[in-house]
Design a protein around this ligand. Structure first.
Ligand code: IGP
Length: 264
């Protein structure tokens, strides 16, 4: 369970020579009753894990696409409790790691201990909390550790190297390397500094490093994956699924996970 499951699933893919691909979807976008089918589809298409967003009314790091998905999910009445129930049922049939992405506020409201226990009971493997600074993560970190839930840390390109290294050393499951400045959302290209930044992270992290934010094509995924272990794709996946373009989602994942054969 938890950390072990993520490590095992990621290692299997890496050992088979694949890049890792973690799609982000918003829980309750399209209704919770389609979640199992979506997760199954993404896993079958080659996803190494699923990042599952909890809709929240004040999503400071979300770009317009993810915000719109959150609004749709909230309109459907999606609550944290309902997501736990749905995930528990899904986990009876599927082994793909599930990582919850939630801001700290809903966790406080729900209760930190209760949140960590319910994650474990539902079979959630890891948690990402984008607005919890390293200095304040203690209470949440100990509850997650007690329940064997991987606490995935995010690093930002703008942070000083010392801070980047400290965060890289702590991360569990994988390290989320935010690879653009600003909020989530598809971008045409990543800056050249990203490669150097990913290299530093790879040197200091004991878990796989995945690059996220702004990835929307196989080319970008392949390019980033030459300097780290894979990518996280949110907005593009959310948009394609919302438009019913499942075949394109499959192509994006399959093209991204295949390690490119170098011509030299
Ligand atoms: O949408 P993008 O640019 O592909 O970025 C991933 C992202 O959506 C997902 O990981 C995510 C959604 N909301 C977030 C908030 C903070 C950090 C990460 C996220």
């Amino acid at each position: 369970m938890g950390k072990e499951r993520i490590n095992q699933c990621f290692n299997e893919k890496l050992e088979a020579g694949h890049n890792l691909f973690v799609p982000y979807i918003m829980a309750g976008d399209g209704g919770l009753d389609i979640l199992e089918e979506r997760i199954n589809f993404l896993a079958q298409s080659g996803a190494a894990a699923i990042e599952l967003g909890i809709p929240f009314s004040d999503p400071v790091a979300d770009g317009p696409t993810i915000q719109a998905a959150g609004t749709r999910a909230l309109k459907n009445g999606t609550s944290l409790g309902a997501v736990f129930k749905t995930v528990a049922a899904i986990k009876e049939n599927h082994s793909v790691p599930i990582i919850l992405m939630t801001y700290i506020n809903p966790i406080f409201t729900y209760g930190i201990e209760r949140f960590a226990k319910d994650c474990a009971n539902a079979g959630v493997d890891g948690v990402i909390i984008p607005d919890l600074p390293m200095e304040e993560e203690g209470m949440v970190a100990s509850s997650l550790t007690e329940n064997d839930i991987a606490f995935i840390r995010l690093v930002a390109m703008t942070s000083p190297t010392e801070r980047i290294v400290a965060i890289a050393k702590r991360s569990e499951g994988f390290l989320y390397a935010v690879s653009v400045l600003g909020t989530t959302g598809a971008r045409k290209a990543h800056s050249n500094d990203v490669k150097a930044y990913l290299k530093i992270l790879k040197e200091h992290s004991s878990v796989p490093v995945l690059a996220g934010f702004g990835v929307s094509s196989v080319e970008q995924a392949q390019d980033l994956s030459t300097n780290c272990d894979g990518v996280i794709v949110g907005s593009k996946i959310v948009e394609l699924l919302h438009e019913g373009k499942d075949a394109e989602v499959r192509k994006l994942i399959q093209g991204s996970v295949m390690e490119e054969v170098s011509s030299s």
